[in-house]
Write a protein that binds this ligand. Structure first.
Ligand code: NAP
Length: 287
């Protein structure tokens, strides 16, 4: 029989992990739902992930979220993968089921849930999407867009080879372009998504001329520190619909919580306000 301990525990595992907002998100849900669970941080150095993964299922640890630099190691450690995790080659949510270690990548569901919530009906105008960046987040976003049958995705990335690898992974409908092509690409785009780290606190802004975009276009930014990125500010000035990155962070957390603690949590305005306040407090402390 599987051991079912009194206090269920989950955690976020990364290196470093002190900055993560996941404990605040899951702590809010545990408290507001009146559940006797816990969610901590686990700082695990590179190379030590396999022994951490082996500890899941023991001493009340029912699962974990995984962040940098362990998402590929988590993928390798799993016995079973959801179709999304298998497609992405990266895992951000772990749990045990029927004796096996399972992995999912909930960034895809988080991205789509946020877009659906903040830009309802977005798909109608988004036959063509322009995507900035070609890292792990870009992979999740492309997977999500293709699952909604978006026809054309044009990737623009600093390192062209990385974008070409991504395009080759997904195949038809994905093209790679130089930054100089942006004005022409934006003319046809219904949705512009920044998946690069440009615009993040401490990074250069993503400086794009948004004037070629149609008035009906939507601008989404995955960056959520700061909440109001220079890209979103420029899009608002043009009167365009915008989608910030915080909602994706909140929505990607929900599937793990439901698996570990057995209750589907809600991304409520109260949760959003709590995390927004924490992000503002942190940015005020920044030198
Ligand atoms: P990553 O794998 O390290 O990729 C970073 C991307 O940013 C690459 O395309 C990189 O281009 C580009 N980049 C970085 N610095 C640049 C610069 N100075 N000039 C031009 N391009 C630059 O990171 P990731 O995991 O994809 O994450 C990317 C961003 O998404 C981060 O800000 C992260 O916080 C955010 N994110 C948000 C959520 C959410 O829930 N809202 C989830 C995941 C990620 P090269 O290929 O040329 O290096």
């Amino acid at each position: 029989m599987t051991e079912r301990p009194a206090l269920l525990r989950a955690c976020i595992v990364g290196w470093p992990v002190a900055h993560s907002r996941s404990p605040l998100i899951h702590g809010f849900w545990l408290h507001s739902l009146g559940l006797a669970g816990a969610y901590d941080r686990e700082a695990v150095p590179p190379g030590a992930f396999a022994s951490f993964a082996a500890s899941i299922g023991k001493r009340g640890l029912v699962g974990a979220n995984v962040t940098i630099p362990h998402k590929e190691a988590a993928y390798a450690a799993c016995d079973k993968l959801t179709a999304t995790a298998a497609e992405l080659g990266a895992v951000n949510t772990l749990w045990r089921e029927d004796g096996a270690l399972w992995g999912d990548n909930t960034d895809v569901a988080g991205f789509l849930a946020n877009l659906d919530e903040e830009a309802p009906g977005w798909r109608g105008g988004a036959e063509t999407v322009v995507l900035i960046g070609a890292g792990g987040a870009a992979r999740a976003v492309i997977s999500g867009l293709l699952s909604r049958a978006v026809k054309r995705i044009a990737i623009v990335n600093r390192t062209a080879e990385r974008a070409q690898r991504l395009a080759a992974h997904f195949g038809a409908g994905i093209s790679v372009h130089a930054p100089a092509d942006l004005p022409r690409l934006l003319e046809r785009a219904g949705l512009l998504v920044n998946t690069s780290s440009l615009g993040m606190a401490g990074q250069p802004a993503l400086d794009i001329d948004l004037s070629p975009l149609a008035a009906s276009a939507i601008v989404a930014d995955l960056v959520y520190v700061p909440l109001q990125t220079p890209l979103l500010a420029a899009a608002r000035r043009r009167g365009l619909r915008v989608v910030g990155g915080l909602g994706m962070l909140l929505h990607q957390a929900a599937p793990g919580f439901e698996r570990w603690f057995g209750v589907k949590p809600v991304v409520s305005p109260e949760l959003r306000a709590l995390i927004e306040a924490d992000l503002v407090k942190t940015s005020e402390r920044r030198p």
